[in-house]
Design a protein around this ligand. Structure first.
Ligand SMILES: C[S@@+](CC[C@H](N)C(=O)[O-])C[C@H]1O[C@@H](n2cnc3c(N)ncnc32)[C@H](O)[C@@H]1O
Length: 289
């Protein structure tokens, strides 16, 4: 699939995927994930399709598309190869501060000691975000032991979920964590790599979920706080709208939604109340809804 013209733009070279086949791949991914790809990402798309064709021994794009349509396993591999999984510990720390200073105190005002409080990191990629939440609460929320805090990490990508469960990280993922926290909560494995300690590994439950699929979202139940950061940027308006409906339904009345710094609900949905706190802007499902 990787024709010379695609990478270099050489004149006269045939593109590896015809416009029609490229569109077919994009439509397939869009229906499965909500992620919106097109001609502008031709090189990215061709590289991934070429790799999957080679791995599956498909002799032509037609053969590969037939395989893709008939095999959930291959669809999963293709989706996994297209996701962008960039993440790291203590990303957008100001939201974690908001979580312990304002959001959780508001949530537990109507709970008693020992009651369940559910926090969802979706998408969680390789686990840095939900583990950061667990770690942050241990370090910064005095009431952490007074409630039953359940943290769930979900993603559409099954490969990152496996990595999240393994809990092993390199220097880049750990770069923003204060050194004493790295020493305290991670044990050395090989070279520079470190593994998050068992207590923290066990404090997060990982499951697969698809933001644009109502049934897979509903299967996780309702949450008090949802972190949905840095994924809506890969969606078009229709997928963002579908995600906003599913996220709203995933929240308990009065529950909070935190988005990534370049993302906003205001243009997508008017069902959330915008709460402007000192540390972050957060979206709230109204109490009476
Ligand atoms: C850039 S990462 C964000 C990770 C983390 N929330 C953060 O901000 O550091 C984007 C993640 O979105 C996931 N993703 C893409 N489409 C999704 C969907 N429809 N449902 C659930 N996760 C999805 C990808 O697999 C990827 O791991």
């Amino acid at each position: 699939v990787s024709g010379p013209g695609t990478a270099t733009g050489q004149e006269g070279a045939e593109p590896a995927l015809s416009a029609e086949n490229l569109q077919r791949v994009c439509d397939f991914l869009y229906r499965r994930t909500g992620m919106s790809y097109g001609e502008a990402k031709r090189y990215y798309i061709e590289r991934r399709v070429a790799e999957r064709m080679q791995r599956t021994g498909s002799g032509s794009i037609a053969a590969y598309m037939a395989l893709l349509r008939g095999s959930d396993g291959e669809a999963e591999h293709l989706v996994n190869s297209f996701t962008v999984n960039e993440t790291y510990f203590y990303r957008e720390e100001h939201q974690l501060r908001c979580l312990s200073r304002v959001l959780l105190p508001e949530v537990v005002r109507r709970r008693g000691p020992g009651d369940l409080v559910r926090i969802w990191s979706l998408p969680c990629s390789t686990g840095e975000e939900p583990y950061s939440i667990a770690l942050w609460l241990l370090e910064n929320w005095a009431l952490v032991d007074a409630y039953h805090i359940e943290i769930v990490g979900s993603d559409i990508d099954t490969r990152v979920l496996e990595a999240a469960m393994a809990g092993e990280y390199g220097v880049r993922a750990l770069g923003r964590l204060p050194a004493e926290l790295t020493r305290h909560y991670f044990e050395p494995v090989e070279g520079d790599r470190r593994r998050i300690i068992q207590d923290l590994r066990e404090s997060v439950r990982f499951t697969q979920a698809n933001l644009v699929d109502a049934a897979s979202m509903a299967a996780q139940g309702r949450f008090d706080i949802v972190f949905c950061r840095n994924v809506l940027i890969y969606f078009d308006d229709a997928s963002r709208l579908a995600a906003s409906v599913n996220l709203y339904d995933a929240l308990n009345p009065g529950g909070f939604l935190c988005l990534g710094h370049s993302e906003s609900m205001s243009r997508i949905s008017d069902r959330f109340t915008v709460r402007r706190f000192e540390d972050a802007v957060v979206y709230q499902r109204p109490e009476a809804a």
